[in-house]
Design a binder for this molecule. Structure first.
Ligand SMILES: [Zn+2]
Length: 143
């Protein structure tokens, strides 16, 4: 399983954060929740996204897609703002034809919110950070 280096927003310590884990990642130094951002593909989606202990924002994107690149920093900021509450999973649809077909992704970026493996909201097209945050919080409050 791959792991990314994530800097703790609280104390600045760099932590190795695995793409999939039980519970949610916390800083080894100060124990605050860490932002959780991982990539998944056809083979790893079940483990990385569907089995996650917290809700997952799935970003279906492609490297050639301008709006995808534009929304990416907002999604990463959202993962930082909602550390410990929401995990961000990025799926490059060019490398995940099965997921693209399964979720009938016709436009990218397509954003989906998963809770315990179930899609509770989805949205095609990019949004600025305040709208993204409202979309996630409304969906979690009402689903
Ligand atoms: Zn820390």
């Amino acid at each position: 399983m791959s792991a990314d280096l994530i800097r703790c927003q609280n104390c600045g310590r760099t932590n190795r954060v695995p793409a999939a884990a039980k519970g949610t990642p916390r800083c080894g130094n100060c124990h605050q929740p860490l932002p959780w951002i991982a990539a998944a593909g056809d083979e790893t989606f079940a483990e990385v996204a569907e089995a996650a202990a917290i809700p997952v924002v799935v970003d279906m994107w492609a490297p050639w897609c301008g709006p995808c690149r534009a929304v990416s920093p907002a999604l990463e900021q959202l993962a930082c703002d909602l550390a410990g509450r929401v995990k961000l999973v990025k799926v490059n649809v060019d490398e995940a034809p099965n997921l693209q077909q399964r979720f009938t992704v016709q436009a990218i970026p397509t954003l989906m919110l998963l809770r315990r493996g179930e899609v509770i909201a989805r949205q095609a097209g990019a949004m600025p950070l305040p709208m993204l945050r409202r979309w996630v919080e409304d969906a979690l409050a009402h689903a």
